[in-house]
Design a protein around this ligand. Structure first.
Ligand code: PLP
Length: 400
């Protein structure tokens, strides 16, 4: 029996969380802490449903209990009511999305897989930013697609190196992926960067799962709220319940398409062809979507308040540690700390787990190759984050 090369983990050059020194240290620290009645402070929290956030449980349960769900109504692009609900959600931020340009998927991850299938033959390439979200490498590999990267550079603010992006395009490049705001850098795509990307003539996939979480009072003027604001080229915006209202377990995401009219019509036909083979989104969650979006504002407001308060806490802590700085961040759920290069980021992360009982992600998980960086989740309950930052500051003071 021979398995596919696409799924042979050892062949995929992807930084892995397990088993490595950090995951071993985390497992050992958790075991030590639980036998001592203590707890490892986890500053990598990414699951909103176990992070002590408020949910309108009654409204969510009622939304899922509709009798309409007893009927199977296969619709490749999703139920019309769900597609309209997505259009209305964008309208709240002043972005016009026609429901006929929306496809419902079971998650953003599935949306990537569908788009990779739609544009790439095996061996074709997609361009993705670095640093960025590690799952992209897996999603591409499973579709038989090669990743090429383009750099996000940091000079007080993050920006796309548009020249490097253009040079990375080869004869087999089919798509450009952007994550806005990006995970973990928290940078929104710039207006000029979107224009430059559109000039390259390739379809753009814009992962906007964190777009409703600006960390300042608003999204900066020179940044785009959504790539869907484009009326030329071909643009796909991805989002879903996972981050928008903190409900990843509901398994509902979407692809919204914009750009040149003729190309969007053709793209929707292709999307329908691919999605028709799976029909993967359940009826209850599709029928519930309008109510889930309404009820979810309780949770998304709480997430916005928490991530902003936590960022203020991280910045205050960093002022007490001259050797550490917080990189500029505009949105999303993460903050990146620059720490001294006296150790690698993995050594810092392992040391913090073993000696200080604090778990943070090293920058290399996100392909940050220059300098030593640690990434903390701003979704972490406030008390844990404050205590964890205090311990990091104390560790840095001892290392000086
Ligand atoms: C940038 C980004 N895109 C997509 C996802 C996954 O979302 P979904 O649960 O819809 O697959 C994540 C999850 O962490 C993410 O960080």
């Amino acid at each position: 029996m021979t398995f596919s090369r696409r799924t042979r983990v050892s062949d995929l050059a992807i930084p892995q969380e397990a088993p490595n020194a950090l995951s071993r240290a985390v497992a050992a620290a958790r075991a030590r802490a639980s036998s001592a009645g203590a707890r490892l402070l986890d500053l990598t929290v990414s699951n909103p449903t176990t992070a002590g956030l408020p949910y309108d449980a009654e409204a969510i349960a009622a939304a899922l209990a509709k009798r309409a769900s007893l009927v199977y109504e296969p619709q490749a692009l999703g139920l019309p009511s769900a597609r309209s609900a997505v259009g209305s959600e964008y309208a709240k931020s002043g972005i016009v999305v026609d429901p006929s340009r929306v496809a419902i998927t079971s998650s953003t991850s599935e949306a990537y897989a569908v788009l990779f299938k739609m544009f790439c033959d095996p061996g074709d390439e997609v361009l993705v930013p670095v640093p960025s979200y590690p799952l992209l490498a897996w999603l591409a590999a499973f579709e038989g697609v090669s990743l090429r990267t383009y750099p996000l550079e940091y000079a007080g603010h993050w920006h796309v190196d548009v020249g490097a992006l253009a040079r990375a395009i080869g004869p087999r490049t089919r798509l450009v992926v952007v994550v806005s705001p990006n995970n973990p850098t928290g940078s929104f795509l710039g207006r000029d960067e979107l224009e430059a990307m559109l000039d390259l003539g390739l379809p753009i996939v814009s992962d906007e799962v964190f777009a409703t979480y600006p960390l300042g009072a608003a999204i900066p003027e020179h940044r785009v709220r959504s790539a869907l604001e484009s009326r030329r080229g071909l643009v796909f915006a991805l989002s879903g319940l996972s981050k928008l209202v903190g409900l990843p377990q509901m398994k509902l995401g979407w692809i919204a398409c914009a750009g040149d009219e003729g190309r969007t019509v053709e793209a929707m036909e292709r999307l329908e062809t691919v999605l028709d083979a799976y029909l993967s989104v359940g009826a209850p969650v599709q029928h519930a979507l309008p109510e889930l979006l309404r009820a979810g504002t309780l949770t998304s407001d709480a997430i916005r308040a928490r991530t902003r308060a936590n960022l203020a806490c991280v910045r205050t802590a960093a002022r007490r540690a001259p050797a550490m700085s917080v990189l500029d961040v505009e949105g999303g759920w993460y903050a990146t700390l620059r720490v001294p290069e006296t150790r690698s980021d993995e050594e810092w992360a392992v040391g913090l787990v073993e000696e200080d009982g604090v778990y943070v992600h090293p920058g290399y998980f996100f392909d940050m190759t220059r300098g030593a960086h640690l990434v903390v989740s701003l979704l972490t309950p406030e008390e844990d984050l404050r205590e964890g930052m205090d311990r990091i500051v104390a560790r840095l003071a001892r290392e000086e």
